[in-house]
Design a protein around this ligand. Structure first.
Ligand code: G5P
Ligand code: MG
Length: 216
């Protein structure tokens, strides 16, 4: 869609809307969406070696070991080649950020800053179609038929790691591990933060920001 190659990272707590905003970036700007969580969940469904290794960590709200995720994500980024992309869920700590920065020139970091009370409410209402990764939310992005995927009609499920006790753990881990990563990117002048409670107020600002960056 645009000639300049643009490499962005989207950062935000669990349930902050990284997937939702990334999907809109894909539609509007034609970027590729590279989501570590989606890749890992797809591997769990396909029962691959990676999926088997990752499952316990994901379900309990822990990070999957760095060496596994980093290898997978760098391979995916390599495959993408010279195309604009949005990285979602990676890097997840300073070690991953160091490896990424040694390999890729990141043009911008989009930081979603959503209050925890909003997040806790959202994840309770999140339903997914596991085979495709399609995400719904009751009252925000409802399926056409309650409990069924719009495309296949198959049943929707809830993510194991969206149980309240696991969400609390994920939020705590996020704050602990991502604060230094955010500070590192901020020191390099790469971070733009978008604060709010709803995607409908955040998305127009992200869209304007990217239009300026990509076209300017
Ligand atoms: P993930 O998959 O990276 P998280 O925890 O970072 O998971 P998550 O939960 O996928 O992030 P999100 O993508 O930020 O959240 O949010 P979303 O899905 O777009 O939106 C959340 C819900 O809110 C959706 O139902 C959406 O429809 C709804 N919503 C959006 N906007 C609004 C709104 O305005 N109003 C309302 N009402 N609803 C809205 O990582 C999962 C696990 O994988 C492993 C870890 O174990 C991790 O815990 N992992 C890694 N491990 C190590 N290193 C890495 N790099 C790893 N990456 C993943
Ligand atoms: Mg997501």
């Amino acid at each position: 869609m645009y000639s300049k190659i643009f490499r962005a990272v989207i950062i935000g707590a669990p349930g902050s809307g990284k997937g939702t905003i990334s999907e809109r970036i894909v539609k509007t700007f034609g970027f590729l969406h590279i989501s570590s969580g989606d890749i890992l969940r797809q591997n769990i469904i396909n029962n691959t070696d990676l999926g088997k290794k990752a499952q316990q960590f994901i379900n309990s709200g822990q990070l999957v070991p760095d060496e596994i995720v980093t290898k997978t994500m760098l391979a995916r980024i390599r495959e993408v080649g010279n195309k604009s992309y949005i990285l979602d869920g990676f890097p997840r700590n300073s070690a991953q950020a160091d490896i990424l920065s040694a390999r890729e020139q990141i043009d911008a970091v989009i930081n979603l800053n959503i209050p925890h009370d909003v997040i806790i409410c959202r994840v309770k209402n999140r339903w997914i179609h596991a085979p495709s990764g399609r995400v719904y939310n009751i009252g925000f992005d409802d399926p056409k038929v309650p409990g069924k995927d719009d495309v296949t009609g198959e049943p929707l499920t809830q993510r194991e790691d969206d149980k309240p006790e696991v969400v609390a753990k994920r939020l705590q881990l996020y704050d602990e591990l991502m604060s230094p990563v955010l500070a590192w990117y901020a020191e390099r002048g790469l971070v733009t933060s978008f604060k709010g409670r709803e995607t409908k107020e955040i998305w127009p600002r992200v869209e304007r920001f990217l239009k300026d960056k990509v076209q300017g």
